[in-house]
Design a protein around this ligand. Structure first.
Ligand SMILES: Nc1ncnc2c1ncn2[C@@H]1O[C@H](COP(=O)(O)OP(=O)(O)OP(=O)(O)O)[C@@H](O)[C@H]1O
Ligand SMILES: [Mg+2]
Length: 267
């Protein structure tokens, strides 16, 4: 990889800062299957933390435990230093953690704007909203449009089209845009580019960089090594339910990372 002078990743040693989100010794079992076996993780302000690992290594289970989609059997979670426990994804969302799960959660029949505001619809002002529960559709569409364009998602100008009419990449963009628009503390993306073409993947990667520019830390799960090495500040490697190592694109090569991932080498 070529590191240009503009590449400031890893400029501040993360250990000198307090983590925004921290997990300590998470354990999650599914019957006899051990999904997570005592995994700790720190996410620091303004960093992109990639999580890599083979299929079944526990990546999705880990982020689900961080975001309320699964409840860990053991272990602790801290958000900005305070202990938190999430019983459902909504609990984490209220605290500013937005997640795009691996099995994409958009509602195909709804339009783009409605998907962006799913679960947090805005009501009309006054009695129309408070008594008659009328939605502020116009307002939501206008804000959805400006949100998408401020995120640089230009292929999605018509926010009134149903999501089922969009391409896979555009759908993914809606899900990522929703997370980016509402995540006030942390954005978590589980395989956001797996279904995307080159152009859309690059757009999502740019979005991730933009989020970092805005100071928002991102957790990115990906199998795509070049993308991970391109965008990540640090890389958490999961192997067989455990964290095998935490490395940086500067400290290790892609070959090193794959070797740690598969157990062929230690960090
Ligand atoms: N709901 C569940 N019920 C039973 N087993 C599960 C469940 N969720 C995960 N597991 C198991 O836990 C382990 C970790 O799964 P997980 O989905 O976290 O892996 P992953 O690293 O995200 O894999 P992939 O790269 O394929 O997405 C696997 O052995 C999986 O079969
Ligand atoms: Mg997964």
């Amino acid at each position: 990889m070529i590191i240009t002078s503009a590449d400031t990743r890893g400029a501040t040693p993360p250990e000198t800062r307090a983590p925004i989100l921290e997990a300590r010794r998470l354990v999650k079992t599914f019957g006899r299957v051990v999904g997570l076996d005592g995994v700790s993780l720190q996410l620091y302000p303004g960093e992109v933390l990639a999580i890599i690992g083979d299929n079944g290594a526990g990546k999705s289970t880990l982020v689900k435990c961080l975001t309320g989609a699964e409840i860990p059997d053991e272990g602790e979670l801290f958000l900005e230093g305070k202990p938190v426990s999430f019983k459902r994804p909504q609990d984490a969302r209220i605290k500013g953690i937005e997640t795009v799960y691996q099995n994409l959660a958009v509602s195909p029949a709804l339009d783009v704007a409605s998907n962006l505001y799913l679960g947090r619809e805005e009501r009309r002002k006054g009695v129309l909203g408070s008594v008659f529960r009328m939605l502020d559709t116009k307002g939501m569409r206008a804000r959805a449009k400006s949100e998408l364009s401020s995120l640089g998602i230009s292929t999605l100008q018509d926010v009134t089209v149903p999501v089922e009419n969009l391409s896979g990449g555009q759908r993914q963009a809606v899900a990522v845009a929703r997370a980016a628009a509402f995540g006030s503390k942390v954005v978590v993306l589980d395989e956001p580019t797996a279904a995307l073409g080159v152009r859309e993947s690059n757009q999502v990667l740019q979005l991730i960089r933009d989020l970092r520019e805005r100071g928002l830390p991102v957790i990115l799960i990906s199998h795509n090594m070049p993308q991970v090495f391109d965008v990540a500040d640090r890389i958490h490697i999961q192997r067989l339910g455990k964290c095998a190592a935490t490395i940086t694109p500067q400290s290790h090569s892609m070959t090193d990372a794959v070797a740690i991932m598969t157990g062929a080498a230690k960090a």
